[in-house]
Design a protein around this ligand. Structure first.
Ligand code: F6R
Length: 365
């Protein structure tokens, strides 16, 4: 049942390229994104005042990516709120607000309750769900399923990747209706999206490199993930994956925020995973790498192949992923982060598929 893998998590990490292909290919026809299952007209999109992303946990981290991606593509404000907070923050929602609800299980009670509140306030609800016929899917105005197949490991991997793929589809689809990006940019992003599964396969083939880094760092008592913009959003997910399955304390920070407090925690032996894939901010993040290095941290860098040599001048070790359109980087960068968490937890002998205190579907508030 685990397809020859030791854990469901490993199997599901390896299934990601195929899961993304299944999620995107039926929705791309003649060089365009076609979302027939999306109950949104051109007028709805034009009149949209903002998008409210509502989710928990890793699905919330997809929402953090979505903020950067959709604001860039649509030039509309995107607010990302933890579902458990949404109901209690007197959210500003109008009939022109699109609530984008993200949930693998479609049953997370906080997400469901927040979604009902958004609906009550007049928002149109579009959900991104993996489990067909789940409550969130049934109660939404429109649903875009992630075709990841059943996810068994408690720590989500392929659901995250396919949720993110759907964010690109929504972004491209709405951008076309709005005319908010030039056609050549649309074409470029779409073709890079279609190339993601192959590029992901390249990362997965080289997974033994990450297993090696895990063998060096698995005993570090504390790990920090730093990055800017989309690299920061991926860092949040890398940090959550690590703590939930390896029980190592870890935090993710926007790289520029370190010096406002957290840098006091950096001491010799602290591991800092520095994400610097986003070319426009590479130098900025590298300046933060220099800061943590000078305080004795060990730095494991993550960037693209084209910047790996440059990053290796400062970082102790570098993992690199294939180059792609900057907006698509999270799809690739998240894979080494999942593998790092997996191999660290493996070295530590943890119960990877069923970490302590956690349930796959959280149906209590
Ligand atoms: C982390 C993880 C959780 C879920 C969260 C939301 O690996 O799996 O953080 O992402 O509980 O669950 P769904 O997406 O089912 O609403």
């Amino acid at each position: 049942e685990k397809g020859g893998y030791e854990h469901f998590m490993a199997k599901e990490i390896m299934e990601q390229p195929e899961a993304i292909r299944k999620t995107i290919s039926p929705r791309i026809q003649d060089g365009r994104v076609v979302l027939d299952d999306l109950a949104l007209t051109a007028r709805d999109v034009a009149e949209m005042d903002k998008l409210c992303v509502i989710a928990c946990g890793s699905s919330y981290h997809v929402g953090m990516n979505a903020k950067y991606i959709l604001e860039k593509l649509l030039r509309k404000p995107v607010e990302v709120t933890l579902a458990s907070e949404f109901r209690y923050c007197d959210p500003i929602v109008t009939e022109h607000t699109l609530a984008l609800v993200i949930s693998q299980s479609g049953e997370t009670i906080d997400t469901l309750a927040a979604m009902r509140e958004a609906k009550r306030l007049g928002a149109k609800v579009l959900s991104i769900v993996n489990v067909v016929g789940s409550t969130i899917a049934r109660e939404s105005d429109g649903v875009l399923y992630t075709w990841a197949g059943p996810e068994i490991a408690v720590a989500t991997t392929k659901a995250y990747s396919t949720q993110l793929a759907v964010i690109y589809l929504i972004g491209l689809y709405c951008a076309q209706l709005l005319g908010s990006i030039p056609q050549d940019e649309y074409d470029g992003i779409l073709s890079e999206l279609q190339a993601i599964p192959d590029k992901m396969e390249e990362i997965l083939e080289n997974r033994s490199d990450i297993q090696y880094f895990a063998s060096i760092y698995f005993n570090h008592p504390s790990m920090f993930f730093i990055g800017r913009n989309l690299d920061y959003a991926v860092g949040l997910e890398g940090s959550l994956k690590l703590k939930e399955i390896s029980y190592i304390h870890s935090e993710a920070y926007a790289a520029g925020e370190l010096k406002h407090g957290t840098i006091s925690l950096i001491e010799p032996g602290t591991l800092v995973v520095a994400l610097a894939g986003y070319g426009a901010l590479f130098e900025k993040t590298m300046s933060n790498v220099v800061e943590v290095k000078s305080r004795g941290a060990d730095v494991l860098g993550l960037t693209t192949h084209s910047r790996a040599a440059e990053m290796a001048k400062t970082a102790d070790h570098v993992i690199s992923v294939p180059d792609t359109h900057p907006l698509l980087l999270p799809s690739l960068e998240v894979v080494p982060m999942q593998l790092l968490a997996y191999y660290v937890a493996l070295q530590r002998g943890c119960d990877i598929d069923k970490p302590r205190n956690l349930a796959k579907s959280v149906t209590v508030e």
